[in-house]
Design a protein around this ligand. Structure first.
Ligand SMILES: CC/C=C\C/C=C\CCC/C=C/CC(=O)SCCNC(=O)CCNC(=O)[C@H](O)C(C)(C)COP(=O)(O)OP(=O)(O)OC[C@H]1O[C@@H](n2cnc3c(N)ncnc32)[C@H](O)[C@@H]1OP(=O)(O)O
Length: 243
């Protein structure tokens, strides 16, 4: 599956909705057992949540957007398919989250392709289920440091901390993803799927129990004037980068 939402594959409401629909289609297709997730645009895997969905909108929109993000996370994190992320570009914040909920991560070796949950750099806080997903991958201490500092890891460091499973030359990314997929598909589906469910259930239950409260938290947090100002300033900085 190639992510295709120009210019930076931000996770807009529309993109999240389409991703969920496409995942459902693939899961319902008995001929499909695995999925390689990559970007149509080498250089950018995903810029994460769409900042335009979080700026200057009304509370009902924020709630709808957050619910769609939760839905996407729940769908992909619990997917019965083997999901391999072939990360062919920068992967900050929600882009990193999307990779973390796959089963295996391969990052192309390019110093510009950084990955991490950098929310604090924007003056915002990674929600508990982003944090849980990261802790499940790299452990508590490394997550605490990465989250507080909003670290974006270049490939060698991402590998060292365990944020990705493999770093390969850019021209070997797709072939490596396919051989990893073959290895995972050699395991009987039912045993692998039940194991995945068992490993991920506590984290899923944590969000499911708090879903409505989490939406309310997001809406009140993002509606604050101070947060709106931070986000606007961040967007402006991104735009000014060009000039
Ligand atoms: C108590 C707490 C309770 C609840 C918590 C509540 C709320 C917290 C929610 C927190 C969750 C946040 C997760 C996120 O994902 S936030 C988004 C974070 N993303 C980023 O920081 C990435 C920003 N982008 C970049 O760093 C670069 O764009 C990138 C490296 C991806 C690509 O660089 P490049 O130089 O190739 O492109 P740019 O010129 O920078 O960008 C091109 C245009 O795209 C626009 N852009 C970039 N990123 C985004 C985005 N995430 N959303 C929307 N638009 C984006 C950028 O502004 C440029 O636009 P134009 O200038 O062309 O108009």
């Amino acid at each position: 599956m190639k992510l295709k939402n120009p210019p930076v594959n931000s996770l807009s409401l529309e993109m999240l909705t389409e991703l969920v629909i496409n995942l459902e289609k693939l899961e319902n297709d008995k001929a499909v057992r695995g999925l390689v997730l990559t970007s149509e645009y080498p250089g950018i895997f995903s810029a994460g949540l769409d900042l335009m969905e979080m700026c200057g909108r009304n509370p009902a929109h924020y709630a709808e957007y957050w619910k769609a993000l939760q839905e996407f996370w729940l769908k992909l994190y619990q997917s019965s398919l083997v999901v391999v992320a072939a990360i062919n570009g920068a992967s900050p914040a929600g882009g990193c989250l999307m990779s973390l909920i796959c089963d295996y991560r391969i990052l192309a070796d390019n110093p510009k392709y950084t990955i991490g949950l950098n929310e604090t750099l924007l003056g915002i806080v990674a929600p508990f289920w982003f944090k849980d997903t990261m802790v499940n991958t790299i452990g508590h201490r490394a997550s605490e440091r990465a989250l507080q500092l909003g670290l974006l890891f270049p490939p060698a460091e991402a590998l060292q901390v365990g944020l990705v499973d493999q770093v390969v030359p850019e021209d070997k990314l797709q072939s490596t993803a396919l051989s990893v997929m073959a290895q995972w598909l050699a395991i009987p589906d039912h045993a692998r799927q039940l194991t995945k469910t068992m490993m991920r259930k506590p984290t899923v239950d944590h969000l499911v129990k708090q879903r409505d409260a989490d939406i309310q938290n997001f809406v009140s947090f993002v509606s604050r004037d101070s947060i709106q100002k931070s986000l606007q300033m961040y967007l402006q900085k991104l735009r000014q980068k060009k000039s």
